[in-house]
Design a protein around this ligand. Structure first.
Ligand SMILES: [Zn+2]
Length: 290
C-alpha cells in the first residue's frame, strides 16, 4: 500500500535520513528487547529495577546504555569491574536496527509501517526467547493475536484483501473483509500447526509441538493472512529440517526426537514472508500460469 502523497512525504524527509532514524529506533527497541529476553521468562519486571552489571551489580549509567555505541566505546567490558559483556546485546540491537531499516525500505512512510514495526519487534522477541529458553510466552503471543486482529480491522488493505473480496463477501465494508481474512489466516496458521502436533503425537506417542507454537501461528496467521501464512510454514519446515538434519549429522545423533525450538524458524519465516512474501508468492504462482 503506497500513499498517494509519497513523493511529498519523501521531499519532507529525505529517504536516507528517515531510514537512519528508523534504524536508530530499531536499535533502541533492540536494547529494550535485550531486557525483555532476559527478564520475561524469569518473571521479573521489565521496568524495574534498572539494568545492572550481572557480575559486580553496579547500576548501568544512562550514558553507558546507548545501543551498540556504548558497547563499542567500553570495548565490550563493564566500566567498573571490566568483566566482558556478552556480544549478544549489541548483536540483538544491530539485528533489530537492520530489521527496522528493511521494514521501512519495504513500507516507506505508510500506514502499514508502525504496525509492521510492532509485528517485527514482537516476532524478534519470540525468536530470541525461544532460542534461549525454549518457550514462547503467552504475554507476547496472546496480546499479539489481539494486535494482529486489530491491525487488520484498522488497516483493511494491509496485505491486500485477497480472494474473499472477489466474491464471497462482495459489497461488505473493507474492514469486515479484512477481519475475515485475518481469522482465516489465524485458522490456517494455528490450525495446521495444531494438526501437525496432534498427528505427530498420535503416530510417535510424544509431544512434538508446544501450544506456544500454535499460539504464535494464530498471531502470524491473523496478521499476514492465509497465503503468506502457508509460505511461513513452508519456509519454517524447510529451514527447520535442513538445520535439524545438519545438527544430527554433525553430532552423529540418530535421535529423531531431538527438540528444536521451532519458533525460531516460524519467526524467521514470518519476517521473510512479510518483506518478500508478495514477490515469492507471485513468482511461484507465475510458474503455473502462462
Ligand atoms: Zn561490572
Amino acid at each position: 500500500m503506497i500513499l498517494q502523497t509519497q513523493s511529498a512525504v519523501d521531499n519532507l524527509l529525505p529517504f536516507p535520513i528517515a531510514l537512519g532514524f528508523v534504524a536508530a529506533l530499531g536499535a533502541l527497541i533492540g536494547s529494550f528487547l535485550n531486557v525483555v529476553i532476559h527478564r520475561l521468562p524469569r518473571e521479573e519486571s521489565i521496568v524495574f529495577p534498572n539494568s545492572r552489571c550481572p557480575s559486580c551489580g553496579t547500576a548501568i549509567r544512562p550514558y553507558d546504555n546507548i545501543p551498540v555505541i556504548s558497547y563499542a566505546l567500553l570495548r565490550g567490558r563493564c566500566r567498573s569491574c571490566r568483566t566482558p559483556i556478552s556480544a549478544r546485546y549489541p548483536a540483538v540491537e544491530l539485528l533489530v536496527a537492520a530489521l527496522f531499516a528493511l521494514v521501512f525500505w519495504h513500507d516507506r512512510l505508510t500506514l502499514a509501517l508502525p504496525f509492521d514495526l510492532v509485528f517485527v519487534a514482537a516476532i524478534a522477541a519470540l525468536i530470541f526467547i525461544d532460542a534461549e529458553h525454549m518457550i514462547l510466552p503467552d504475554v507476547i503471543t496472546l496480546p499479539g493475536i489481539g494486535f494482529a486482529l486489530a491491525a487488520r480491522a484498522l488497516v483493511p488493505n494491509l496485505y491486500g484483501l485477497g480472494f474473499l473480496s472477489d466474491g464471497l463477501l462482495l459489497g461488505t465494508p473493507d474492514w469486515t473483509v479484512s477481519l475475515a481474512g485475518a481469522l482465516l489466516g489465524a485458522l490456517v496458521g494455528g490450525g495446521s500447526l495444531w494438526l501437525m502436533g496432534f498427528l505427530w503425537e498420535r503416530l510417535r506417542g510424544v509431544e512434538a509441538m508446544g501450544l506456544g507454537d500454535v499460539k504464535m501461528m494464530f498471531m502470524i496467521g491473523a496478521y499476514l493472512g492465509w497465503a503468506h501464512t502457508v509460505l511461513v510454514i513452508f519456509l519454517a519446515v524447510v529451514v527447520g529440517s535442513l538445520v535439524g538434519v545438519t545438527l544430527m549429522l554433525r553430532r552423529g545423533e540418530r535421535d529423531m526426537q531431538m527438540l528444536l525450538p521451532f519458533g525460531i524458524f516460524l519467526g524467521t519465516g514470518a519476517i521473510i514472508s512479510l518483506l518478500a512474501g508478495h514477490a515469492l508468492i507471485g513468482w511461484y504462482v507465475g510458474r503455473f500460469t502462462p
